[in-house]
Design a binder for this molecule. Structure first.
Ligand code: FES
Length: 81
């Protein structure tokens, strides 16, 4: 199971964490990965400057809400293969 956590603390929220969550939900459904990916929210990771903060398993990533699809292809899909 791949664990993706999106920061929903206030700084990341302002930077678009909600759109990141929605984008990830879309990508997970689109790729038929509901059984392989556990998507959740976490509060502030202490890296507010780098938001939107996301971890994939334990790897820290900074995700642009406009580039969720690229992020998913680069960081998540390879783990499902
Ligand atoms: S609010 Fe996301 S790291 Fe602080």
């Amino acid at each position: 199971m791949i664990k993706i956590k999106v920061c929903i603390g206030s700084a990341c929220h302002v930077k678009g964490s909600r759109r990141v969550v929605e984008g990830l939900q879309f990508q997970i459904a689109e790729n038929g990965l509901k059984d392989k990916i556990n998507l959740g929210g976490v509060f502030c990771m202490g890296k507010c400057q780098e938001g939107v903060c996301v971890t994939v398993n334990d790897k820290f990533c900074s995700v642009d809400p406009d580039k969720v699809e690229d992020f998913f292809k680069d960081e998540v899909l390879p783990l499902t293969k």
